[in-house]
Write a protein that binds this ligand. Structure first.
Ligand code: ARG
Ligand code: GLU
Length: 680
């Protein structure tokens, strides 16, 4: 009986990996290896339509936007779409009390009203190439990069390792640095649902913003200049207004940041049982402190909105991830997979001790990595500490004043002090005793408790005042002394600053062999490299899913759902009056569709593409490569797809392109932008 069960789980595990090809983030230059499967699922284009260095292809319409998002060209004049949450900091930068574009939106009436965003860049992938053999032959990586970037303005090359160092890839990008804001909906549309709806379905967020890339007279990247002209991309997306239905092919082209699909059970157990619970518990406390202060004071609510959102985003994601891993039994499944692997590897001297070595390496590394994560989430989350630690490392007066200004803008001492009391206590309780600095133990003992010590610091420090004391006084300041106690821990922490636990060098070297071994052993499995912020293709279909027994979540939401959530009393659900008026009159014009026997406007849809953080803003394409939406989220219970993808629940969430057009046209009054696009 037991034997049968084990066999059964094994069969499912390997089968799951081959049957559901909707899992996967594929390298565009190797898409020819997937094209048969894609076409069998409805895709109509050819491999070299997706990626080519010889002719214009879809990849030329995709950009890396800002630090960690994706964007796409939608006109021959460099018009660019991304998410509202990706454009957020740019919109914020351009906003003031008199011109509050974040709250009310912004719509340039002509190109002369498009607003340059200092510091914002977008990068286009020029080419990607497997250079493993060149590297193995001893070619100098710096020379390879220099050679690749010699021609053309704004060129940048990176070499990225795939499959834990088994393959090396050269990526060449061209970076444009004159990028201007063209349009943004009011936050009550672009951020509708806020943190309440974040990572959730049904979803009704109009999460988009519009930019334009400018170039010099030769269509090359240039610093901002009034003489610059709209960039003419090699390729832009046509837009489909024909709508979608369940089962339709979809494809996502973008820059996912970080997955770890091949890690061993030790790593998964660490994430699910140690790391996530600690981080969630600490963030719950910080969020409670912030929310309580926000509820009492409207000014605090606004000042802490962005901080709250960023703490809450990962906090919710980790909860879904832990639940998902538990529900799938990922640790037990991986353990079984490893037992089977070990049985196969037993007779192969190259691999027979591999898993033991990895296990031993994890035993050694996990305490260090945990200390880093705990330190960052506890003491490292105290704003006053972070400021003092930076001040201590600086000798330049101007730089120190800048550091202080940055930290104290929108700073709330009471909130930070409450967080500090709480976080220092957590640090003391959760950190193994031998890692806690003696000076800290003594200081706390002298004041009676961690909380009393924090109160003493915040009462006596001069670093949180309007003017910075002189360096000599900083050296004897209580807050500076507190920061100094963590110097060693902070240093050790930086030594473990890797993308995730499996990228720590002591363990990564074993993964390199493990990946080779898996390919030899698990021949049916389709291997794709883990996400690492390089360009990928994911594909699947538009589809709902069964959320709980008996409750099916359909694939599409509509304006009716926005109206149902609308509530002027609740900040996250208070929509613009125009939207209410349009709905009341059912005055949808060309944007109205028949859905379930009623007339409404489509808003968001879900699909089973394999996506991750960084895929925000990615173009969602139909079988003809036309734009049908912009990706912006996953459902929270699917976030374990960064470790194990489950096609029955994993869903990515996109804003329907028809809602984008409706908002541009009817809320923004910017129909001139539609004329620039190619609507089909
Ligand atoms: N969850 C999405 C992502 O991971 C959207 C985050 C922004 N929205 C928000 N309400 N915080 O980035
Ligand atoms: N919102 C995420 C981002 O900004 C994408 C959601 C996800 O993690 O799938 O990249």
């Amino acid at each position: 009986m037991i034997k049968k069960l084990i066999l059964c789980t094994l069969a499912c595990f390997t089968l799951c990996n081959t049957m559901h090809a909707d899992e996967g983030m594929w390298l565009p230059n190797l898409i020819k290896e997937r094209i048969k499967d894609m076409r069998s699922k409805g895709f109509r284009l050819k491999a070299d339509d997706v990626y080519s260095t010889e002719k214009a292809s879809l990849k030329d319409a995709v950009v890396q936007f800002g630090g960690g998002c994706t964007g796409e060209f939608i006109s021959s004049q460099g018009l660019l779409l991304t998410n509202h949450h990706c454009g957020y900091s740019s919109i914020q930068k351009l906003s003031s009390v008199e011109h509050d574009y974040l709250t009310y939106g912004y719509w340039a009436k002509s190109q002369s009203e498009e607003l340059p965003v200092p510091g914002l860049t977008v990068s286009l992938l020029v080419s990607m190439e497997d250079i493993t053999e060149r590297m193995a032959a001893g070619e100098n990586p710096e020379a390879i990069k220099a050679d690749a970037t010699a021609k053309g303005e704004g060129m940048r090359a990176t070499i990225e390792s795939m499959y834990y160092g088994n393959r090396q890839y050269l990526f060449v990008y061209q970076t444009f640095r004159d990028v201007r804001l063209v349009g943004a909906p009011p936050s009550s549309i672009g951020k509708f649902g806020g943190d309440t709806d974040n990572w959730m379905w049904p979803r009704h967020t109009g999460d988009f913003s519009i930019f334009r890339v400018y170039a010099d007279a030769d269509n090359q990247p240039a610093d901002y200049s009034a003489q610059n002209r709209p960039y003419r991309p090699k390729r832009h997306f046509k837009i489909s207004t024909n709508g979608i239905k369940e089962g339709d092919f979809t494809m996502i082209y973008g820059f996912p940041g970080n997955t770890q699909e091949y890690v061993t059970s030790d790593a998964v157990r660490y994430v699910a049982e140690t790391s996530n619970p600690m981080k969630i518990a600490l963030r719950t406390q910080r969020l409670e402190i912030i929310s309580a202060a926000q509820a009492k004071d409207a000014a605090v609510r606004i000042a802490y909105a962005a901080k709250h959102a960023s703490i809450a985003n990962a906090w919710k994601k980790w909860q879904g991830e832990s639940l998902g891993l538990q529900r799938l039994g990922t640790v037990a499944k991986k353990q079984q997979y490893e037992r089977d692997f070990a049985a196969w590897a037993a007779n192969n001297p190259k691999y027979s001790t591999l898993l033991d070595s990895m296990h031993a390496a994890y035993e050694k590394i996990i305490p260090h990595y945990f200390a880093r994560e705990l330190f960052n989430e506890s003491v490292g989350s105290i704003e006053a500490y972070r400021m003092a630690a930076l001040l201590a490392r600086s000798d330049d007066e101007q730089q120190m004043t800048n550091i202080q200004n940055i930290y104290l803008k929108g700073y709330n001492k009471e909130i930070d002090q409450a967080i500090a009391r709480c976080m220092l206590q957590e640090f003391m309780q959760r950190m193994p005793q031998e890692r806690i600095p003696d000076t800290l133990k003594q200081a706390i003992a002298a004041h009676g408790s961690a909380g009393a010590y924090i109160d003493h610091i915040y009462t006596n420090t001069k670093l949180l005042g309007d003017t910075l004391p002189c360096k000599a006084d900083i050296l004897t300041d209580e807050l500076a002394a507190f920061a100094k106690m963590f110097e060693n821990i902070a240093q050790e922490s930086r030594n473990y600053a890797f993308r995730n636990l499996s990228n720590v060098p002591e363990i990564e070297k074993w993964y390199r062999s493990y990946m080779q071994a898996l390919r030899e052993w698990d021949k049916e499995r389709a291997f794709y490299p883990d996400a690492n912020f390089t360009l990928r293709v994911a594909y699947g279909e538009v589809t709902g899913y069964e959320n709980v027994d008996g409750e099916y979540h359909t694939h599409l939401t509509t304006l009716d759902g926005i109206i149902a959530k609308d509530n002027p009393e609740i900040y996250d659900y208070n929509i613009p009056q125009e939207l209410r008026d349009i709905h009341a009159k059912k005055d949808y014009g060309r944007w109205g569709i028949e859905i379930n026997g009623r007339r409404s406007v489509p808003v968001c849809f879900q699909a089973d593409n394999h996506t991750s953080g960084g895929n925000s803003g990615s173009p969602v394409l139909n079988s003809r490569g036309e734009l049908i939406g912009i990706n912006f989220d996953r459902t929270w219970r699917s976030t374990m797809s960064d470790i194990e993808f489950d096609p029955s629940v994993c869903r990515n969430i996109s804003v329907d392109i028809r809602y984008v057009l409706f908002v541009v046209d009817r809320i923004g009054g910017a129909s001139h932008l539609l004329e620039e696009m190619e609507l089909k």
